[in-house]
Ligand binder design. Structure first.
Ligand code: UD1
Ligand code: CA
Length: 454
């Protein structure tokens, strides 16, 4: 059966106390609404309809995509009213309702729910709660058959004792929806058009309301304030940590590890504490990551080692290569197999060939460095003249003496050497020694200036 998904995201979220629309607040670095949209996509719908209102322009701007139809709900008159705004665009046999501020629902749960919905049946996702305050309650008859949902504010004392709460997530036959929504009224405690009233209408029309239960509360929790937002963040991180451990990663402490993106891992990877993985990160077999590293949009090849306090973005660390402690690899940094980058070395758009080394305190930008070349401590590629970036090319087996300034554009041939402290402004032929520094002279018997006694 074809599927349309409607995501409600028009509410204000006053309790966030924020200039940012609630659904744009991030969980694991991605707007909550982004999580919901990604989950929706995994269900292969015909179309995803996002109902927006508060901060509509910003939400639209941030999440626009070809498969998304934004629908404006100018005034927030209730969840039923919100879904009604999307009605003209709904064509599928099944309609699934999701919420932009409920980011962690599992695809598996929604798939089970959708299996319950057909022309004669609704699928309703419920959750059993220790404290159901605020939630709509699922009202069943003596045989356990669902009759209605009653909102907390409209519920009697007896109904408030019901622990089974409405998650709001609902799958309905598309062709019935228009009729039901058209018949909603707002004569209730909140003066809103409740989507939940559809349940009693469906029952009256002879349809069955089949329920699925969420595995845990977090799966259906919405963030109304920053405390709940942090709970979702924690839960998401624990979920990711468990997933990675199940795939063969040793996490020294799963409570001190964060993923803000997509991570692909091999086996026997070890990750020390306080590591943050962002964007798209690929970690191959036997990689070791030390404590306090931030690794973004990077590839760590088989057996490579990233030592403590390193920061990587858009980088590739080759097979058996290592970097850090305190390495900074910026976009375009690429370490060949067994290459070595030590402490306080920054690479940007720079390729280190196989077995090349930059052990200490260097800046290598816009550079191509051949295999086995050794970059001495304090080497700087002067790649920027204030207007343009220039390239440094070094061949294989080059030896750069400590504290050299390599002024690009410049090329050093295979086996070239530079004397320590040189400023290299001209190409160096293969195997030549370049010395570009003032010649030392000694002044015998030099008298240092003396302090005059007071
Ligand atoms: C709703 C359900 C309740 C359920 C609870 C779960 C109704 C009437 N009640 O209550 O049974 O237990 O969720 O959290 O549906 N929204 C719009 N436009 C509107 C109103 C709401 O887009 O006009 C969006 C909000 O941004 C929010 C979601 O719908 O994301 C839920 O709205 P809210 O008013 O918070 O519903 P609840 O009172 O929590
Ligand atoms: Ca709510």
């Amino acid at each position: 059966m074809s599927l349309d998904i409607v995501i409600l995201a028009a509410g204000q979220g006053t309790r966030m106390r924020s200039a940012l629309p609630k659904v744009l607040h991030p969980v694991a670095g991605k707007p909550m609404l982004g999580h919901v949209i990604d989950t929706a996509r995994m269900l292969s719908p015909r179309k995803i309809h996002v109902v927006i209102g508060h901060g509509a322009e910003l939400v639209r701007e941030r999440l626009a995509a070809d498969d998304i139809n934004f629908v404006l709900q100018a005034e927030q008159l209730g969840t039923g009213h919100a879904v009604a705004q999307a009605l003209p665009a709904l064509e599928a046999e099944k309609v699934l309702i999701l919420y932009g501020d409920v980011p962690l629902t599992r695809v598996e749960t929604l798939t089970r729910l959708l299996e319950q919905a057909n022309d004669a049946q609704l699928g309703l996702l419920t959750v059993n709660l220790a404290d159901p305050t605020g939630y709509g309650r699922i009202v069943r008859d003596a045989n356990g058959v669902v009759q209605a949902i009653v909102e907390h504010k409209d519920a009697s004392e007896a109904q408030r004792a019901i622990r089974e709460g409405n998650t709001g997530i609902l799958a309905v036959p598309g062709k019935r929806l228009g009729d039901w929504l058209g018949r909603l009224s707002n004569s209730n405690a909140q003066g809103e058009y409740y989507l939940t009233d559809v349940i009693a209408m469906a029952v009256a029309d002879g349809l069955v309301v089949a329920t699925e239960t969420a595995q845990d509360e977090m799966e259906v929790l919405g963030a109304n304030d920053r405390i709940q937002l942090s709970q979702l963040e924690c839960h998401y991180q624990q979920r990711m940590a468990r997933q990675l451990m199940a795939q063969g990663v040793t996490l020294f402490d799963p409570h001190r590890f964060d993923v803000r993106g997509e991570v692909t891992v091999g086996r026997d990877v070890t990750i020390d504490i306080n590591v943050i993985l962002e964007g798209k990160v690929v970690i191959e077999d036997n990689v070791q990551i030390g404590p306090n590293c931030v690794i973004k949009d990077s590839i760590l090849r088989r057996g490579s080692i990233v030592k403590a306090n390193s920061h990587l973005e858009g980088a590739e660390v080759g097979e058996g290569a290592d970097c850090g402690p305190f390495a900074r690899l910026r976009p375009g940094a690429k370490l060949g197999a067994k290459a070595h980058v030590g402490n306080f070395v920054e690479l940007k758009n720079a390729v280190l060939g196989e077995g090349a080394k930059a052990g200490h305190l260097s800046y290598l930008g816009d550079a191509e460095i051949g295999a086995r070349t050794n970059i001495g401590a304090g080497t700087i590629t002067c790649n920027y003249d204030g207007a343009n970036k220039h390239k440094t090319v070094m061949g294989e087996d080059v030896f750069i003496g400590s504290n050299s300034s390599i002024v690009a554009p410049v090329t050093l041939g295979d086996g070239a050497t530079t004397g320590a402290g040189s400023t290299v402004t001209q190409d160096v032929p293969a195997k030549a020694l370049a010395v570009g520094r003032a010649k030392q002279r000694n002044i015998e018997g030099w008298k240092r200036p003396q302090k005059t006694p007071k």
